[in-house]
Design a protein. Structure first.
Lengths: 331, 433
């Protein structure tokens, strides 16, 4: 049937420039991911210095547009841009023209008039980043589109695992919980498999989407399998995305009893991750969340350097080592 | 039951075309003479007299098409389509008759609303239009409409299309009561408790994209239910826009049990699968959603073997701003009148998956019979309802080329092979390219 990608004739620029975006992990090859992780490591070293600001993106404009609430993603993108000396603006849907009924297209065209280099977008719907990409010249970073993708979360998770284990290839990662509503799960499945990990999904049958195994992972309803994993990745129960009366699980109490990640279900020393925000006592036992083997705070720190790496990578011309580009003597 | 504006009939000769009416058993290179809008003679070297001559060599002359499923958006959304523009689009697609759905604003659920549409059609319809009326008042699924009066006013059938008939008891009563008319009940089969929150077919692609899934069983369990009711009441039933293999299999079993049910399928369900949703183009969002490859193959086979006897476009115009939004926010529906023949010729006939004769029959005789309408045919004495087709013409689908007021086509930018050159509807040339 050929290429079915259809674009309105009048929205198509005559000679579309090869703008790079980060919308899905599927946009990346393994070497792209490895380059981004290496760049993040370089930035992590730069943050050990007393003067943490790098002049790399001086004069560049990064606009954060968040149509959904966020603490860690929005703050880490903003700080990442500032650490690289870019100008930043943050726009939230509430309190903006979105409240007055402005469409995403018109909001994007308005922001595009400021010639931003990057637009970081979080939106409750899949396809929103592509729509913004069509009507602006900016590079788009998807900071979460509905239940579809959250690629920088997956990259920071890979970075965290890589730093912890020294490798990703061959590790076994169990992703536990509400896969159906989780963009984090979808990005992580793709990213982990791209780098050679084995992925097992664990959860109630109604929250494991039919056909998800085609992405290259396994799935089971048996929580006991998490005991054999190298990393247990706990997903948040996304009550806000669940349809009322859909009966995905009879109750949170039963969910916790069956699929809660508790100390009893883990081996000593087993690493636990969670993208946050956590529902303590629902999908994760507080003892697990606060244990030394939890990498949750490490993930947040990784978020900063990984997002610096993504901004840097999109705004330089492409695959080349970062060392040559980051001036070490900073005024 | 069909309405069009009155206009002078024409005198025409179509010369040298391959005349193909599979139901009449006609397949010959002959001239066709039309006197005052009626087919008068088939033969060679017919005298020209004062007739307008249309050169048809290399082309196929066939009975014009009948579309059993069109949304004309009138009354209420005339910014998206009117009876005038919708019937111009139909003419450009080779149709001589179309049936309009009643899910308008207001709903066609009373003789007054229907009467106003009939008046309007008699003023501006380029091709014949039949109107279906609602099964339930306001399509709210609780009270039956006054089917007797609506039939007298000209309703061609009854449907709550756009919505399913949720209550089994209402569907049962509708089948019983509609027997006082000779008009069919047509059903949009969807269990809304299963499809709720769904924007595409549940499956591998929805799992990967994280888009809410509309499972195929949402359709097939309702197909099974309605066929069981039709069997129990010994009533005919028309199943609209089937999309799932399980629905086709249920229909085949019901036919074997003697149920007189007809069914339709759309070009998009015959050509595309849920893989197309990976583009996130709102113009591949429709209800029922695009199925898996097994569904598509089953639909093509059912169309070939006659289990499904009708091609329906489910032409559903939407304004540009409604579709220029992220996929899940976009409304369901795509246009289809102007591309149906070309799409199916390109994707089914040209690759040898479906004989041209079968496609012509399913686009004309099948839909006419499902609604008890006189079928377009090429025979002396029949009203001239003809389409002249160029099977070899390649053309590109563009927004500017549409006569429809909307351009939400899944084929924008695509190149198709096979084109309508001329449409004659009730004895009048309504389209020529």
């Amino acid at each position: 049937m050929g290429d079915l990608h259809v674009m309105r004739d009048d929205l198509r620029p005559p000679n579309p420039p090869p703008t790079r975006h980060l919308i899905s992990i599927g946009d990346l090859a393994r070497e792209d991911v490895e380059r981004l992780l290496a760049t993040a490591r370089t930035f992590e070293r730069s943050l050990d210095r007393e003067m943490k600001k790098l002049p790399t993106l001086r004069g560049r404009l990064v606009i954060n547009v968040f149509y959904e609430s966020s603490t860690r993603t929005s703050s880490s993108f903003e700080l990442a841009a500032k650490r690289l000396s870019a100008d930043t603006m943050s726009i939230k849907a509430s309190g903006s023209a979105v409240d007055k009924g402005e469409s995403l297209k018109d909001t994007a065209i308005t922001l595009g008039a400021y010639d931003p280099d990057v637009i970081v977008l979080r939106h409750p719907q899949i396809g929103a980043p592509q729509l913004v990409a069509r009507v602006t010249e900016a590079r788009i970073i998807n900071a979460g589109d509905g239940k579809h993708q959250h690629p920088t979360q997956a990259l920071l998770d890979l970075y965290t695992i890589q730093e912890q284990f020294g490798r990703i290839e061959g590790l076994h990662v169990a992703i536990v919980g509400d896969v159906l509503h989780s963009r984090v799960a979808r990005s992580n499945i793709q990213a982990l498999i791209l780098l050679g990990a084995r992925v097992t999904l664990v959860g109630p049958p109604s929250l494991l989407p039919r056909g998800i195994e085609e992405m290259g992972c396994e799935s089971t309803t048996d929580i006991d399998v998490i005991g054999s994993a190298d990393v247990v990745y706990v997903l948040r129960m996304q009550k806000e995305r669940m349809l009322e009366g859909a009966n995905y699980v009879p109750s949170l109490r039963e969910y916790t009893a069956r699929w809660g990640v508790t100390p009893e279900r883990l081996r000593p020393g087993q690493k636990v991750m969670h993208p946050g925000p956590m529902n303590r006592g629902v999908e994760i036992d507080p003892l697990v969340a606060d244990a030394a083997d939890a990498l949750i705070a490490t993930q947040v720190r990784a978020g900063l350097v990984v997002r610096m790496a993504v901004l840097y990578d999109l705004l330089t011309t492409g695959p080349k080592p970062v060392e040559a580009e980051v001036p070490m003597g900073v005024a | 039951m069909l309405f069009t504006k009155s206009a002078p009939k024409e005198n025409l000769i179509v010369r040298g075309a391959r005349v193909l009416d599979p139901v009449e058993g006609v397949d010959a290179q002959v001239d066709v003479r039309i006197d005052d809008g009626v087919i008068a003679e088939l033969g060679s070297n017919l005298p020209q007299n004062s007739h307008k001559v249309i050169e048809g060599s290399g082309l196929v002359l066939a009975p014009a098409f009948v579309d059993p499923h069109v949304h004309l958006r009138t009354p209420g959304r005339e910014d998206e389509e009117t009876i005038g523009t919708g019937t111009q689009a139909a003419a450009a697609g080779g149709y001589c008759a179309i049936l309009a759905m009643p899910n308008t604003e207001p709903v066609v659920d009373s003789a007054a609303v229907l009467g106003a549409l009939v008046d309007q059609a008699q003023k501006e319809a380029q091709v014949q239009v039949g109107f279906l009326a609602a099964i339930s008042k306001g399509q709210e699924g609780s009270e039956l409409t006054e089917m007797g009066e609506l039939a007298d006013e000209g309703a061609v059938g009854f449907t709550d299309d756009g919505r399913p008939v949720v209550a089994t008891s209402l569907m049962w009563r509708a089948l019983q009561y509609a027997s006082i008319t000779d008009r069919p009940i047509a059903v949009h089969c969807e269990d809304p408790t299963l499809s709720r929150g769904g924007h595409m077919r549940e499956g591998v692609v929805s799992a990967e994209l994280g888009i809410g899934g509309w499972p195929s069983i949402a359709e097939s369990v309702m197909v099974e239910r309605d066929l069981a009711l039709a069997l129990y009441e010994s009533r005919t039933l028309h199943l609209m826009h089937l999309s799932a293999q399980a629905s086709v299999e249920a229909l085949r079993r019901a036919h074997a049990d003697g149920v007189r049910a007809t069914a339709e399928v759309t070009p998009h369900h015959l050509v595309l699968t849920d893989e197309a949703v990976r583009t996130l183009d709102p113009n591949v969002k429709m209800n029922p959603p695009l199925g898996a490859e097994d569904d598509r193959k089953a639909l093509v086979e059912a169309l070939r073997d006659g289990t499904i006897a009708c091609v329906a476009t489910d032409h559903a115009p939407h304004s540009r701003e409604e579709k220029e939004v992220p996929f899940e926010e976009a409304p369901f529906g795509v246009t289809g009148l102007e591309t149906a023949f070309a799409a199916l010729h390109t994707h089914l006939v040209d690759p040898g998956l479906l004989p041209l004769e079968t496609l012509l029959e399913r686009m004309s005789t099948g839909p006419a019979r499902a609604y008890g309408l006189e079928r377009p045919r090429i025979a002396v004495g029949a009203p001239a309802n003809l389409v002249l087709l160029d099977p070899n013409a390649s053309w590109q689908v563009t927004e500017k080329g549409f006569r429809s007021r909307s351009a939400n086509s899944w084929l924008l930018g695509k190149t198709l092979k096979g084109r309508v050159r001329l449409t004659v509807a009730t004895g009048r040339v309504v389209y020529e390219s």
